[in-house]
Design a binder for this molecule. Structure first.
Ligand SMILES: NC(=O)c1ccc[n+]([C@@H]2O[C@H](COP(=O)([O-])OP(=O)(O)OC[C@H]3O[C@@H](n4cnc5c(N)ncnc54)[C@H](O)[C@@H]3O)[C@@H](O)[C@H]2O)c1
Ligand SMILES: O=C(O)C(=O)C[C@@H](O)[C@H](O)[C@H](O)COP(=O)(O)O
Ligand SMILES: [Zn+2]
Length: 355
């Protein structure tokens, strides 16, 4: 078992979940509630139960799966269930699921009775390498991603790669977008290592390396006043595309798929405005196109996408904020980009992927 020290809590890499048993034994929670979605109820709760045979007295809250349910209505359902189960400030919420469960569960716990303890047991690659660590919690409103939320740290994070065995390939690749992002913004050698990996080559060492990159950034800037914004590379445009797709596409893009589009567009902006070489841009594009299908969207939605970008949390005084690369492995933040340049980056993506 390996451990990373994060913001006052530990991230355990522990396929046995023995560390969770020790964690619970050392605390005297008045009540334990496990939040799952329908898929993690079927696929992950049995593994959780097997690993913790001594834990029998807990309640389960189940929500429908998927981004379309990461909203206030489902959150009210979670709060209501916690009330019904008699949760108090000395209770623990265990979020057992992907980023939707860890984001929404973290938000529900951090606001319930002004805050109760929660732990994260991420069960997707995306939530293991990114969403479960760092304390960003939240929900969407319509097409606007993560617009209501808190910074609230879990009491601990328990990562077991065994959960990934039931995850489908599309979800694994979606999570891989954040892995590639970690290399692009912080670690060129890591980027070079991961950019040709097969998705079946994802292992504990890779998950731990990604978490350690994210952790170094958040330790320096827990509340995203500065450096932490680099973790948002690809997200100004990616979140707008994700939010749009969620409301309009029959089969909406997943988070990682949308930010892969965003990272190509923001790669273009990095080249145009922040000194990223053409060689690095071409490399970035080839990497994302190796793993991700092209997304087709017409210029008629550009005004809607810009409207969504006007809600980005990195914005300042009506200027749309970006984190952009100057080379692979290095990223700057607080770069404000004109709407003309943003549209040029969307045109660039469309031309790149046309035909
Ligand atoms: N807080 C953060 O720092 C942060 C970072 C990155 C992403 N996010 C958020 O995370 C969310 C995306 O997370 P995600 O990709 O994990 O999506 P998700 O939670 O929707 O999970 C993806 C799908 O996999 C299913 N699933 C989960 N674990 C499974 C398993 N082990 N076996 C089989 N099926 C399983 C889920 O039910 C769901 O259908 C987005 O809302 C994004 O905004 C947050
Ligand atoms: O942890 C962070 O900080 C990130 O930006 C990680 C992102 O991958 C993640 O998608 C996050 O939820 C985006 O946050 P937001 O503040 O842009 O909503
Ligand atoms: Zn993300």
């Amino acid at each position: 078992m390996e451990v990373i020290e994060s913001l006052g809590y530990q991230v355990y890499f522990d396929d046995t979940l023995a560390s969770l048993e020790t964690f619970l034994a050392a605390r005297n929670y008045s009540k334990i509630i496990v939040l799952v979605d329908t898929n993690t109820l079927d696929n992950c709760l049995p593994l959780f139960q097997q690993a913790l045979p001594s834990l029998s007295n807990y309640d389960v809250i189940e929500v429908d799966p998927g981004e379309e349910n990461k909203n206030i209505d489902f959150c009210i359902g979670v709060w209501q269930n916690m009330l019904d189960f008699g949760a108090d400030r000395h209770s623990l919420l265990i979020n057992l699921g992907g980023g939707v469960v860890t984001d929404m569960g973290g938000f529900a716990a951090s606001t319930f009775k002004r805050g109760m303890d929660f732990i994260q047991i991420p069960t997707t690659l995306l939530s293991q390498v990114d969403a479960s660590v760092g304390g960003k919690t939240g929900i969407d409103m319509g097409s606007v991603k993560n617009i209501i939320g808190t910074f609230a740290q879990p009491q601990a994070v328990f990562i077991s790669s065994l959960f990934l065995k039931t995850l489908d390939k599309r979800q694994l690749i979606s999570g891989f977008a954040e892995v590639i992002k970690h290399g692009l913004i912080f670690d060129q050698a890591y980027y070079n290592q991961v950019k040709t990996l097969g998705i079946d080559q994802v292992d504990n060492a890779l998950i731990k390396h990604s978490v350690s990159i994210k952790n170094r950034v958040i330790l320096e800037d827990p509340k995203e006043k500065g450096l932490r914004k680099i973790l948002n590379f690809g997200h100004t445009i990616g979140h707008a595309i994700e939010g749009y797709s969620l409301q309009h596409d029959k089969r909406p893009l997943l988070h990682g798929e949308a930010i892969a589009v965003g990272m190509i567009c923001e790669g273009f902006l990095s080249h145009k405005l922040n000194g990223l070489s053409l060689t690095d841009l071409d490399d970035l594009i080839a990497t994302f196109r190796r793993y991700f299908n092209d997304y087709s969207f017409s210029s008629s939605i550009d005004t809607t996408l810009l409207e969504l970008m006007r809600n980005d949390k990195k914005n300042l005084s009506n200027q749309i904020g970006f984190a952009l690369l100057d080379r692979i492995g290095s990223c700057q933040y607080d770069i404000f980009v004109s709407e003309e340049d943003i549209i040029e980056s969307l045109d660039f993506y469309r031309e790149l992927t046309a035909g």
